[in-house]
Design a protein around this ligand. Structure first.
Ligand code: ADP
Ligand code: ZN
Length: 646
């Protein structure tokens, strides 16, 4: 089929070139003038002799330059079939026969008339045959369009085994029977059990869905076909569907094997609902093709389809019906133990120093995905290399952790003194409240070194991974969030945009408390946020306007109470806030213990940033060696820090 495609392309290009050529050479160039004007010019001697030429549809001549700095230019008198004879005669007479004429080509006029038409016909033909083919018929001359682009990975290429997948033991357990089946399909069909044809892996991005699917293929030693949902969604109608058919055909030929459909939600969204502009039919066709193909093969075929998504709630119900993706396996964010194992898996590839404490790192990375953890190890290795170290140290890991989550620390950014003071008071406001409020997470460290978009950060050290949130913790956290803005205002007499992150966090908590968690007495044990499929364009609301007003009032009340409470506490402890802020200006980073000492009115005996800078400068002068980065942070800060309000 390949030649027909090439031929078609060649034909189109040829035609385009010819049409363009014909149009260009058709005498449209130069200054267009009337015949009478041309005659006058010639008689005045403005037209070069022997330059006059009668062409297919124009009389051409070259006009002399009109003065200094100008150039000769072409003038043309358009002619057509009706005027041709007459004009030609007049020109011959005018020039006394000193005129050349180009032979009239036979095909040019034909091409000019029919070329564009032919082009349009060809284009229409192209599109029709393309969509015809995808609709199931007409796989004739243009059969090669839409051949699926998926990559085939043999076992050697995946090479992934269960050893590479850590921290998701339950998911691994659940897929073990699939591996068993792939290894020996016959065994299962003999007794007559039904092995799922489709498995849906659900979980946040980076949790290892692709990795798990590859590991299944690797463990069972079968080929792995993969294609992503967004690959299906093409501009032209029907290509997605034909890709699906093609993929399944190839897969069946090399069964037993695994087909991996990544981002299935890109094509498998609920049909109908919501507004979607272009590409809607295309999606539907692709989805239908997947469903048809999945119905079309039996367990004996030995093909397992694994799909992955992070939005199982938006999937079309038809996809999860029995016989299709009826087995759902969750690939969740790892817990502390899981994180430790994932870190260990990735740490095998790097060299670790003796002071590395993976357990602390695992504890300090709640809500990190497997991909984040892999990135931490990688970043740490890079920074250790840049620091000319032999191996990764704990401080590299901590720096990498912060970098992965919040972006690189901007040590080089020079800040105005005032801005520094503002950030110091802001963070001191957070930190003091965090120490004062027993229900909040314990403080870990506070810093005014900017990182990412944040000017500084106050980190807390959660004792455990949080599955749910208690009311006391929520209230305390809201107060901690408010502290930054309040301290800023009190110290500087001005407020800044630096609190935007805090504001959104407070609002989010207050909204969830009321709408989802039933924590408002006025509104009671009721869910108000509706179904959050986010599909419907117009958000339907199943409560009255009156209720809506009460909801707004309640959110406002909860936030206002937190704010007033935080203000009262900060005012009561203002000397302590000021002490912490001043210490921050001097030391940049304080650990929890240091904050507590400052709050108790004690002096810190560690060198200030100014001292450090001075000694670094001395060292550079004596050693002529660049100082190592990360020196001014206390070296023993464990990485177990959760950022709380920045
Ligand atoms: P998903 O498909 O869920 O978005 P991936 O499978 O593509 O995530 O994971 C991306 C990378 O993160 C993997 O290549 C791997 O290096 C790392 N990773 C994620 N989860 C794990 C895990 N459970 N164990 C080991 N590495 C993991
Ligand atoms: Zn803040």
């Amino acid at each position: 089929m390949q030649p027909s495609r090439g031929l078609f392309g060649l034909l189109t290009v040829l035609l385009l070139v010819l049409v363009a050529f014909a149009l260009l050479s058709s005498g449209g160039q130069g200054q267009r003038v009337q015949l009478a004007e041309f005659e006058t010019l010639y008689r005045n001697g403005d037209i070069r002799e022997n330059s006059v030429e009668i062409r297919e549809n124009a009389i051409m001549g070259i006009q002399r330059a009109q003065g200094e700095g100008e150039r000769d230019r072409q003038v043309s008198v358009p002619i057509n079939a009706a005027t041709r004879e007459e004009f030609a005669a007049r020109i011959v007479e005018l020039t006394g026969g000193k005129v050349s004429s180009r032979p009239t080509s036979q095909w040019m006029p034909v091409l000019l008339t029919f070329g564009p038409f032919l082009l349009i016909v060809l284009l229409i033909w192209y599109f029709i045959s393309r969509s015809l083919r995808s609709a199931g018929g007409g796989a004739g001359m243009l059969g090669s369009f839409g051949k699926s682009r998926h990559r085939t990975l043999s076992k050697e290429m995946t090479g992934v085994t269960f050893k590479d997948v850590a921290g998701i033991e339950e998911a691994k357990d659940e897929v073990s029977e699939i591996i068993e089946f792939l290894k020996n399909p016959k065994k299962f069909t003999r007794i007559g059990g039904r092995i799922p044809r489709g498995v849906l892996l659900t979980g946040d991005p980076g949790c290892g869905k692709t990795l798990l699917a590859k590991a299944i293929a690797g463990e069972a030693d079968v080929p792995f076909f993969s294609i992503s949902g967004s690959d299906f969604v093409e501009m032209f109608v029907g290509v997605g569907a034909s890709r699906v058919r093609d993929l399944f055909k190839q897969a069946k030929e090399s069964a037993p094997c695994i087909i991996f459909l990544d981002e299935i939600d890109a094509v498998g969204r609920r049909r109908g609902g919501g507004f979607s502009s272009g590409g809607h039919d295309e999606r539907e066709q692709t989805l239908n093709a997947i469903l048809v193909e999945m119905d079309g093969f039996g367990s004996a075929d030995g093909v397992i389809v694994i799909a992955a998504t992070n939005r199982p709630d938006v999937l079309d119900p038809a996809l999860i019906r029995p016989g299709r993706f009826d087995r759902q396996i969750a690939v969740p964010l790892p817990d502390v133990k899981g994180r430790l194992e994932i870190l260990k898996v990735h740490a095998k590839k790097v060299r670790l120093g003796p002071n590395v404490d993976m357990e602390r790192t695992a504890r300090g990375t709640p809500m990190f995905s497997g991909a984040d953890l892999a990135a931490i190890i990688n970043e740490a290795a890079i920074s250790a290399t840049l620091g000319n170290k032999e191996f990764i140290e704990q401080e590299d890991l901590e720096e990498a952790r912060d970098k992965v989550k919040f972006g690189r620390a901007k040590r080089s950014r020079v800040r105005e003194k005032d801005e520094n003071k503002l950030v110091a008071y802001h963070e001191a406001g957070h930190a003091v409240l965090q120490v004062l409020l027993p229900d909040s997470d314990p403080l870990h460290k506070v810093t005014i070194i900017p990182r990412g978009a944040a000017g500084g950060a106050t980190f807390s050290l959660p004792e455990k991974d949080r599955m749910g949130y208690g009311l006391k913790w929520l209230l305390a956290t809201m107060r901690v969030c408010c502290g930054g803005r309040i301290a800023e205002e009190k110290a500087m007499g001005d407020v800044s945009s630096g609190a935007s992150q805090d504001i959104s966090q407070v609002t989010q908590i207050a909204r969830a408390m009321i709408l989802e968690w039933g924590m408002s007495e006025k509104l009671g044990f009721v869910r108000y946020s509706g179904s959050d499929t986010k599909e419907a364009f117009v958000h339907e609301r199943d409560f009255s306007d009156g209720t809506a007003r009460i909801i707004d009032e309640e959110i406002r009340r909860i936030v206002d109470e937190a704010y007033a409470d935080a203000r009262r506490m900060l005012e009561e402890h203002w000397t302590q806030v000021a002490g912490v802020a001043e210490a921050l200006l001097r030391y940049e980073t304080l650990t929890a213990a240091e904050v507590e000492r400052v709050m108790a009115g004690q002096q810190l005996d560690k060198p200030t940033v100014a001292d450090l800078l001075k000694s670094e400068a001395d060292k550079v002068r004596s050693e002529r060696k660049t100082p190592r980065d990360g020196h001014d942070e206390s070296p023993d800060t464990p990485p177990g820090a959760l950022p709380s309000p920045a």
